[in-house]
Design a protein around this ligand. Structure first.
Ligand code: ATP
Ligand code: ATP
Ligand code: CA
Length: 218
């Protein structure tokens, strides 16, 4: 479904969100106070405008209130980021997601009504650490503090064995959600499915159970 999204702040993070959403077919209004930043996304947004994110008149005249979703990506100017979040929320935008520099910034944004706060450097750092920790981990999605989804490369230990033989749920309390082989994804694996060389298992569970599976089961 096509969404109307406003992206405010077109640094590295904001401009990449803007370009990707536009490429995915969504309507994207891009805003920055810097004309060069605005020009850079002109061909990669539905509309790109120079405006001050902390000026309510600017936000109103651009029709920000009509958008369902806002991404605010102003990292360095804490005051501008907080003020803009408050105003966009006040204008009635349903989902306001905001980039934060650090935990203190995150806490303030949550207090003023941000629906989701993202710390890209921190989150990417954690992700990279998990990749270094285990070469078996292809990718990693954190569902909550304790639960995650891991993409794990099949090892010799599991290749040519069926899910029934492996009993991953019984032994490790983890669920195999899907099995990937290059571009092909088996989204509803059954007990009889056999793990093949080059497969990637997409497994959900408690982080301790996942760790146990990764260490002992693979
Ligand atoms: P990056 O994603 O590159 O790390 P950042 O989080 O470090 O970015 P900044 O570089 O501080 O964030 O700002 C991002 C963008 O927001 C910049 O292009 C800047 O011009 C814009 N910006 C900052 N304050 C305002 C404002 N009050 N109104 C409009 N745009 C603003
Ligand atoms: P962030 O992940 O916070 O966005 P960044 O990519 O913007 O960081 P910098 O802040 O420029 O990168 O640098 C990251 C760290 O690297 C800093 O703590 C800095 O002190 C350190 N650093 C930079 N240059 C050197 C150097 N020549 N030798 C050792 N440490 C360095
Ligand atoms: Ca930055």
């Amino acid at each position: 479904m096509k969404k109307q999204v406003v992206v405010i702040g077109l640094g590295r993070f904001g401009s990449s969100v803007c370009r990707e959403l536009y490429a995915l077919g969504h309507e994207v209004l891009a805003i920055d106070q810097d004309v060069e930043k605005v020009d850079a996304v002109n061909d990669f947004s539905s509309q790109a405008s120079v405006a001050n994110a902390t000026d309510e008149k600017d936000l109103k005249s651009l029709g920000v209130r009509n958008f369902q979703h806002a991404i605010i990506a102003i990292g360095d100017d804490l005051q501008a980021s907080v003020l803009c979040t408050l105003m966009v929320k006040d204008l009635g935008v349903e989902k306001v997601w905001v980039k934060a520099r650090d935990l203190q910034h995150q806490k303030i944004l949550e207090k003023v009504g941000a629906d989701r706060v993202i710390q890209p450097e921190n989150e990417m750092g954690i992700r990279v650490a998990h990749h270094v920790d285990s070469e078996k981990i292809v990718d990693y999605i954190e569902l909550s503090k304790d639960f995650s989804i891991l993409e794990l490369a099949a090892t010799k230990k599991v290749i040519n064995r069926s899910l029934e033989e492996l009993s991953i749920r019984a032994n490790y309390n983890c669920v195999v959600l899907a099995i990937k082989q290059d571009e092909h994804v088996n989204i509803a694996p059954v007990q009889e499915d056999v793990v093949k060389e080059g497969d990637v298992l997409i497994v959900m569970g408690h982080r301790e159970d996942l760790k146990r599976f990764e260490d002992k089961g693979l």
